[in-house]
Structures are given as structure tokens and as C-alpha cells.
Ligand binder design. Sequence first.
Ligand SMILES: NC(=O)c1ccc[n+]([C@@H]2O[C@H](COP(=O)([O-])OP(=O)(O)OC[C@H]3O[C@@H](n4cnc5c(N)ncnc54)[C@H](O)[C@@H]3O)[C@@H](O)[C@H]2O)c1
Length: 330
Amino acid sequence: MLKAAVIGVGSIGQNHARVYREMDGVQLVGVVDANPQTAAKIGARFNVPHFTDYNSLIETDKPDLVSCCVPTSLHFQVGMELIEQGIHVLMEKPITSTVEQGQQLIAAAKAKGVVLAVGHIERFNPAVMELRRRLREGMAGRVYKIHAQRLSPYPSRIQDAGVVIDLASHDIDLMRYLMDEDVTRVYGETLQSINSDREDMLNGLLRFKSGAVGVLDVNWMTPTKIRRLTVTGSRGMFDCNLLSQELFFYENDVAPSQWDTLSILRGVSEGNVLGIRIQRHEPLAAELNDFAGAVREQRAPTVTGYDGLETLRLALNFVNSGKENKPIHD
Ligand SMILES: NC(=O)c1ccc[n+]([C@@H]2O[C@H](COP(=O)([O-])OP(=O)(O)OC[C@H]3O[C@@H](n4cnc5c(N)ncnc54)[C@H](O)[C@@H]3O)[C@@H](O)[C@H]2O)c1
């Protein structure tokens, strides 16, 4: 039985607590929140001890693993203290506020021999898992373009990050995961309208090493929630709804044959549309199972500290690109 705890049981942290409470092979030994009412409420809901300070939790019943769900500006400080205590950490995304902090956190986890996972949850969306499997099999052929739309109303509770770090980081991580190759250039047009000091809209472009292009359309300025990803290749286009966990494939009727290894595109026309069956599950449950599995099996988690760091670095490049009105090359 692994002992688990959650630090910061606000909006996302309380869901981590619920999932640990229901997980086989894991015992939720406590929840921590600096706000005493929140700590007491979530402790009572899951019938576990609650604390306002994580040192009290560690002294009372030291957990093997912790989900760190405090606001982003505290990720580094809280994460370092947990790692120093030899506790395995799942850090909610983004890994930290700065690249230097992320590097230090990764180095500390390596030195202590603990797992450091980062909560880029979309990798555990079953529609994404199926999409990745089919891309690997070559169903889309050569990939030309990956396009993410993540549009939302304005969130009043996020005080310490702009939309690039908070939202676009999900899609930057997804693009890296699905393309499995390095990004050579980013360019972002950002807009700041509601926030006084951070962007609330990004229209961004990424160039991958293979020449494929990533397009990011992300904002907090839309009075509805849209989470959509399309991947266009020589053999057709995948259309993935991340909210409803649906995946469709639009065939290119004049696609290069499977045997044409060069995948030369001679034309594009409408072909069959295939609805792909998805075995739905809760992405957070899959993420925390993967984290506990990494601890148990002493292996790397699906989203490593390095993945979190690379995504943060690219996200910060988008922020700077938007400020400086120029592409940023690697
Ligand atoms: N992966 C995702 O999809 C996802 C979704 C939402 C949030 N997040 C990330 O999770 C983190 C938290 O976001 P949220 O929306 O849940 O915020 P939130 O404000 O709802 O919750 C944060 C909680 O941390 C508590 N807290 C603050 N300082 C603390 C401390 N020193 N010790 C213990 N508790 C402390 C606060 O009282 C609050 O209850 C952010 O980094 C955010 O980017 C990730």
C-alpha cells in the first residue's frame, strides 16, 4: 500500500484527493491546504486527516507520494521541500514558474532518487491515447499540421499565470507528445485585454524539425468552452474533441498508397469519414495510476520533469515572442 497525500485541495487538488481515495493499492493519508476551511471541508469529505501545513502532515504520517496542487508560483518552493524529504512528487502543470526553477527541481529529484511527474493531463485523455496509437501506425501518413483550439471563458481564480502558461501549455505538451520531435521555431501573437499584466489570448505557430507546423488558438475570451485538436497528414485528417473524448478520421480519397514510402501527396479529395470507438475513462485517474505505477515499478512516469520543463520553455518563448513581435528560434 502506497501512502498518498494532496497539498493544495482547491479546484484541481480536491479531484486528486477523490481519485487517490478510490484507487487500489493507495491509501490517502491526508490533505493539506493553507486555507483552514478548505482543508477541513476536503478532509471531512474524504474522511482523512487534514492539515494547514505540509510539515505537520509529514511529521504525523509521512506519505510516499504527493500531488502538489498549490498555485503555480509556489510549485518550486513546495516541490523542493517535498523532494528533500524523499517524497515522490506529481507536480500539477506547469512544472514551475521559471526554467531555472524547473531545472533545479529535476536535478533535486534525480539526486534524491524520487519520481517527479508533471500533470499534463491531456496525455491521459483516452481520445488522445487512441490518436497517438493511430498516428504511430501511420494512419494519417506524413503529418503536415497539428492544430489545437482551447477556448474558454475568463477564469477569475487564476492570479499567477497568463493564458499561455496556464492553458496553451496543455497543447504544447500534446503537440510534443504526438509529434515526438523537436520544435525549431515558435512565433506568437498575444493580446492582453482583461488581465492587466498577463496575456489572455495566444495565436501561435510552431515549426517542427520535420517541417510540420503546429497552430495554437488559445484564449480566455470565449463565452463557451472548446477543446479541439486536428492532425492533418497525407492520408487524411484526425479530428479530436478532447471534452467529449471523440475521435474521427476524414480519409483523403487520393491518398498515397500504404506502399508508397515517400508518401508523395498527389492530391486531396473527400473520402470516407470514420468514427473511432473510444474506451472512455477519467484522464486524472489514469494520470495518478501512472504516477503510482512509476513509484511502485521505479520507472519514469509518462510525463517526466524534462517534458514539463520543455513545455514551460516553449510556453515562455511564446510569451516573449508575443512581447517582442518576433519568432524565437532554438
Ligand atoms: N492539469 C490541469 O488540468 C489543471 C487544472 C487546474 C489547475 N491546474 C494547476 O493546479 C494548480 C492549482 O490550481 P487550482 O486551479 O486548483 O487553484 P486553486 O486556487 O483552486 O487551489 C489552490 C489551493 O492551494 C492552497 N494553497 C495555497 N498555498 C498553499 C500552501 N503553501 N500549502 C498548502 N496549500 C496552499 C490554496 O488555499 C488553494 O485552496 C495550478 O498550478 C494550476 O496551473 C492544473
